[in-house]
Design a protein around this ligand. Structure first.
Ligand SMILES: [Zn+2]
Length: 178
């Protein structure tokens, strides 16, 4: 079987998998609400006070189902289809990370889904500081993110860099964010 065909079959299985228990469109799990409020505050600073987040569904779910051939354990995924924006976060992982890391993860997916930032970048400022939270891995600690937060938020809302699309390589921490 060709690789293209395999990928196509996996994508079809993924879509069927999602349809199993479809959350109502626009559902946002209550755990994400404080982060969404923070996102809206930041968005208004950089995109204008009239900013309004498009309708989006954000739920916990089995993100592993989205694993294609990439190395690492997926912890978040976004489907940026305009009429059905959809983010799914791995609950088990979410429960183990700090508030700052949760923000990094959710803001990464929100940028894919609502800012047209479809691309990842693996460029680094220093060993543990990516140039953007659109790095395909959650490699930066919550503390470092918190210290440089203003830089990352400004980068997120005002730039659109990156080359790799839905692509990742192995790093020391295998927490892949799509
Ligand atoms: Zn991503």
């Amino acid at each position: 079987m060709s690789n293209m065909l395999k990928i196509l079959i996996i994508i079809i299985l993924m879509i069927v998998g999602i349809q199993d228990t479809p959350p109502k469109r626009g559902t946002i799990d209550k755990h994400f609400i404080p982060y969404i409020e923070q996102w809206n505050q930041d968005a208004r600073r950089f995109l204008g006070k009239d900013y309004k987040m498009p309708t989006i569904t954000i739920v916990f779910g089995k993100v592993d189902a989205f694993k294609l051939s990439m190395a690492g354990r997926p912890i978040g995924v976004c489907s940026p289809i305009p009429f059905d924006r959809f983010i799914m976060i791995d609950r088990e992982y979410w429960d183990t990370i700090s508030t700052q890391s949760r923000e990094q993860l959710l803001f990464h997916e929100l940028a894919h889904c609502t800012l047209s930032r479809l691309f990842h970048t693996k460029d680094m400022i220093s060993e543990y500081r990516p140039i953007s939270i659109m790095h395909p891995y959650l490699i930066m600690s919550g503390t470092t993110y918190y210290i440089y937060r203003e830089y990352y938020i400004k980068e997120l809302f005002t730039k659109n860099i990156g080359r790799t699309y839905w692509h990742a390589v192995i790093t020391q921490i295998k927490n892949l964010i799509y």
